[in-house]
Design a protein around this ligand. Structure first.
Ligand SMILES: [Zn+2]
Length: 411
């Protein structure tokens, strides 16, 4: 789980792949939200290829994202192959399990086509989430900028600090057939963990909230996606006490219900799908050259350190091979659904919304997860400690991201 943080010991609650396939706009467009931590590089392609084949579309039209629970798998083909090739102790994923899961999801998607329903209206609603998200960055009592607020923050002084930059709103996009609601997709920008790392597989508090929403509305298919939250966690409101999982779930559930209640419907007219290609550079600072990463993969005494090196190498090889990231957008005019890559910082979600101030822009993060953290430039300048590792891109990514977001959101 989590790319080698800890092996799975028990299933606390099951993980799901939820999605929809929209037909009638050229080849089908699919959106898939997976209760996994990350799907990266060759594994992302494998997943989209199988899915696309099953539903008769192109892989670029499969908008795949993860919810990013850390007590859940990370899939990266090349990274795992490298670890196996060097007989390293570290392990990221079980490749046969990945293939089996991707096939299983694709088969279910194909079956779902038989049950297609007509969408006449799109609904949009939003609600403020109370006391869940906070930025890792805050200013301390001495006026110094800190980046050390994590999902479970035990120091009360750090919890008491300002919330920092977040997107306060949970958004719910819904599909309707006349007056009958068919599906609700809710999204909010926060790392979705209350606690993790003990070996208990779980969809965590967002999965709990989603399950309760599903029970409230048995005839509406309720989905959830995590927004861009590379630098956002529940840390201000969570000291890691296991009891907080249900508390955070309550707050998410309340916002999901309120967003649903606030829903406004608009008839579906024109629907467009666009995808923009995004190239990010592989990180070139000390410790991230091919030689250094290969050495670390072989020699790091910690198995997780070997995994980190393998993940970095996998991304580097992909960049060297000239395989850009897809940044897909499904555009209903008044409502837009976008998937941004990896652990994009929340500022990119806000930038996407700013591109279309007149529209309702729902952003899912954790699409192609190869890059790791995608920070804004300020974070580099302020020595954001989270970027010491798990970030395999160079400074300068902010401009590349905002340019691609601008192109993708342009209607
Ligand atoms: Zn994360």
């Amino acid at each position: 789980m989590g790319g080698g943080i800890v092996p799975a010991r028990e299933i606390v609650d099951p993980l799901f792949a939820h999605g929809f396939i929209l037909q009638g706009i050229g080849k089908p467009v699919a959106f898939v939200a997976l209760d996994w931590c990350e799907v990266r590089n060759g594994a992302y392609e494998l997943f989209r290829d199988k899915f696309a084949k099953a539903v008769g579309t192109d892989p670029v039209r499969v908008m795949l994202c993860c919810l990013h629970q850390h007590d859940a798998p990370i899939a990266d083909l090349e990274a795992q192959q490298l670890l196996e090739k060097h007989r390293a102790k570290g392990a990221i994923c079980d490749i046969p399990f990945l293939e089996k899961t991707a096939s299983h999801v694709a088969d279910d998607a194909e079956d779902a086509l038989k049950d297609a329903k007509v969408v006449t209206h799109v609904g949009t609603g939003e609600a403020k989430v109370e006391k869940v998200a906070s930025n890792r960055r805050y200013t301390d009592a001495n006026g110094r900028v800190q980046y050390n607020r994590v999902s479970a923050t035990r120091d009360p002084k750090i919890r008491d600090a300002e919330e920092g930059t977040i997107d306060a709103f949970l958004k719910t996009l819904s599909f309707w057939n006349g007056d009958t609601p068919l599906l609700g997709l809710s999204a909010y920008a926060t790392h979705p963990m209350s606690y993790y790392g003990k070996g208990g597989v779980s969809a965590d508090f967002v999965g709990m909230a989603r399950r309760r929403r599903q029970a409230d509305t048995p005839k509406v298919f309720q989905m959830y996606a995590s927004g861009c939250s590379g630098n956002v966690t529940a840390g201000k409101y969570n000291d890691g006490d296991p009891a907080n999982r249900a508390v955070l779930a309550d707050r998410m559930h309340a916002a999901m219900a309120a967003a649903w209640k606030a829903t406004k419907k608009t008839p579906v007219k024109e629907v467009a799908f666009r995808s923009v290609r995004l190239s990010l550079e592989a990180r070139s600072s000390t410790g991230f050259s091919e030689e250094e990463l290969t050495k670390r993969l072989k020699d790091d005494p910690k198995p997780f350190g070997q995994c980190l090196a393998a993940l970095g190498l996998s991304w580097k090889k992909r960049v060297d091979a000239g395989r850009p990231i897809d940044l897909p957008v499904l555009d209903f005019g008044g409502a837009v659904l976008a998937v941004l890559p990896a652990e994009s910082y929340v500022e990119f979600q806000l930038a996407a919304q700013e591109q279309r101030p007149e529209s309702f822009v729902l952003v899912a993060g954790y699409g192609e997860c190869g890059p790791g953290y995608i920070p804004i430039e300020r974070a580099w300048k302020e020595n954001d400690g989270n970027l010491a590792d798990w970030c395999w891109v160079n400074p300068g990514s902010e401009k590349r991201m905002t340019d691609a977001i601008g192109k993708a959101l342009k209607n």
